[in-house]
Design a protein around this ligand. Structure first.
Ligand SMILES: Nc1ncnc2c1ncn2[C@@H]1O[C@H](COP(=O)(O)OP(=O)(O)OP(=O)(O)O)[C@@H](O)[C@H]1O
Ligand SMILES: [Mg+2]
Length: 264
């Protein structure tokens, strides 16, 4: 753990979402007035299925274009402020903003090693067949890749990731290899066994201690209550409540709209 003085000196990036609207086929699925993310090291975004959590995160990454609104990243990569809603998705990682996926769409026939290399490759490696046989790319990242492989006990990097759980972990590892300053995780522990969930939780804590802002969407509320410093509760496209985990879990709206629906 880091000391309080260390915590106070860490300048974390924040994201402000203003007047952001998204509809599909004429139905508004996200409508956010003014939302600040990243005030606290680890923030949770919870809400019932279909509340708009994934869509909101995709809007922040600009992988889902906004109908209207502005999204700003403050203190991007330790520097200035950037209106990211004007930028294409591939500009997010260079600004320190990275997101994991709820639904993993990985290449079926890529080895674990190649899948990790793909994450750290940049335009200069993107020539046919080059990425996977690029000694410098490998040399730059091998230490960190091995570290994560060992941490999650993933075994031989030359094999193809088999289970959905392994693919989920690989997705998280790919995000971490990009050294995010602001990391959004969309249900990172869904489907993982308890002991692996604990490892993911441990890694998120370490990352936040080191200065990364983390926003996590998760239906496993034990993870949210244990991990988060602040929780945003989303329902029907809007964030309707913010508070500490204690405040949120005791709130009657949350209990009625979410906990009462048998999501716990
Ligand atoms: N590409 C799309 N086209 C049409 N409708 C969509 C699209 N993406 C999302 N939606 C709809 O938008 C609403 C919000 O979906 P979203 O996936 O953001 O919810 P969520 O809060 O992440 O839910 P869950 O907890 O189940 O992952 C849902 O009604 C969904 O069906
Ligand atoms: Mg979702």
């Amino acid at each position: 753990m880091v000391s309080e003085t260390q915590q106070a000196t860490v300048t974390r990036p924040q994201i402000r979402v203003q007047n952001a609207v998204k509809s599909f086929s004429g139905r508004v699925v996200v409508d956010i007035d003014d939302l600040m993310l990243g005030d606290q090291p680890i923030e949770g975004l919870i809400g019932p299925n279909g509340a708009g959590k994934t869509t909101l995160m995709r809007m922040i990454m600009h992988s889902t274009p906004l109908d209207s609104g502005t999204i700003t990243l403050f203190n991007a990569n330790g520097g200035g402020d950037v209106v990211i809603s004007n930028l294409p998705t591939h500009w997010m990682a260079p600004h320190g903003l990275v997101k994991s996926n709820q639904v993993i769409m990985d290449f079926d026939n890529l080895t674990i090693l190649d899948s990790m290399l793909l994450a750290v490759s940049t335009a200069r490696y993107e020539k046919p067949y080059r990425i996977f046989d690029e000694p410098r790319l490998y040399a730059d990242s091998v230490e960190r890749m091995n570290e994560y492989m060992e941490y999650f006990d993933l075994g031989d990097p030359m094999r193809i990731a088999g289970s959905a759980g392994e693919k989920k972990l690989l997705d998280i590892i790919r995000c971490l290899l990009l050294e995010p300053k602001f990391l959004m995780l969309d249900e990172p522990t869904a489907g993982l066994p308890e002991e692996v969930t604990e490892k993911v939780v441990g890694l998120i804590r370490k990352l936040a201690d080191e200065g990364t802002s983390v926003v996590i969407v998760e239906h496993d509320l034990n993870v949210i209550w244990n991990l988060c410093d602040e929780v945003h509760f989303m329902a029907e496209g809007s964030v309707v409540l913010h508070g500490s985990p204690e405040e949120i879990r005791q709130n009657s709206t949350v209990v009625e709209k979410y906990l009462g629906e048998g999501h716990v």
